[in-house]
Design a protein around this ligand. Sequence first.
Ligand SMILES: NC(=O)c1ccc[n+]([C@@H]2O[C@H](COP(=O)([O-])OP(=O)(O)OC[C@H]3O[C@@H](n4cnc5c(N)ncnc54)[C@H](OP(=O)(O)O)[C@@H]3O)[C@@H](O)[C@H]2O)c1
Length: 225
Amino acid sequence: MVTTIGIIGAGEVGSQLARAVIRNGYQVVIANSRGPETLARLVAELGPAARAATAADAAAAGDFVIIAVPLKLDNDMPTPQLAGKIVLDTNNYMPWRDGHYEVVDSGEKTVHEIRQEQLPTSKVAKAFTHIQAPRLFLSASPAGTPGRHALSVSSDFPEAVELVTRLYDQLGFDTVDNSPLSASWRSGPGQPAWNAHAHQTRDQLAANLAAARPLGTRENHDDRQ
Ligand SMILES: NC(=O)c1ccc[n+]([C@@H]2O[C@H](COP(=O)([O-])OP(=O)(O)OC[C@H]3O[C@@H](n4cnc5c(N)ncnc54)[C@H](OP(=O)(O)O)[C@@H]3O)[C@@H](O)[C@H]2O)c1
């Protein structure tokens, strides 16, 4: 049985992830905000394993779903169609792009805890956030390669961590589990794990996550575990 991944967001990350997962035998249903007809060129390039849809249809079609769209406090994701599914969220908190979110700046919540609240019956995992989209290909290497590039995952659900770990491995990356979602600020913009995005091994990434410090106006202030 071929696994279908719904991908909401067809920009830099959504399109590169589509290329990467199709290369690894998945089918993709991909969406943007402007409608499936605007994705004709991308879908033609991706080939028969891909089709374009609305965000709601991509969510409904996916065995699991990737959201590659900046988080809005006013939820713009298709919550009913994502119900019960594992949802990988690539969002990074970028105040210069999205504006300041007081609830995040104050340390009350991480952006991925907010996404989890917006999708209450989904199982959200923060994934693919501290790698530039083209490096999904440039930095990939087979399991067991010395110095293999590692990526972090954060979730409140072990089954979501397992799925992301398997997917990272298929795409060419080791995993460091940085759960739960309240700890996900440790891999956020400006933190050591983020600054080392060009390359870090599993040990280096674990050390960089441990070395994270609150940045005041960016992500969270403590893990609140
Ligand atoms: N670029 C990177 O290398 C990178 C790496 C890791 C993580 N990230 C993070 O991943 C997220 C996506 O980044 P990106 O660089 O791919 O952004 P991007 O190139 O600007 O693409 C964003 C995509 O989201 C779609 N979109 C926006 N609102 C939507 C909605 N309500 N429903 C459906 N689709 C919607 C846009 O569709 P339209 O164009 O039709 O509006 C577009 O296809 C960001 O949070 C970013 O910080 C980026």
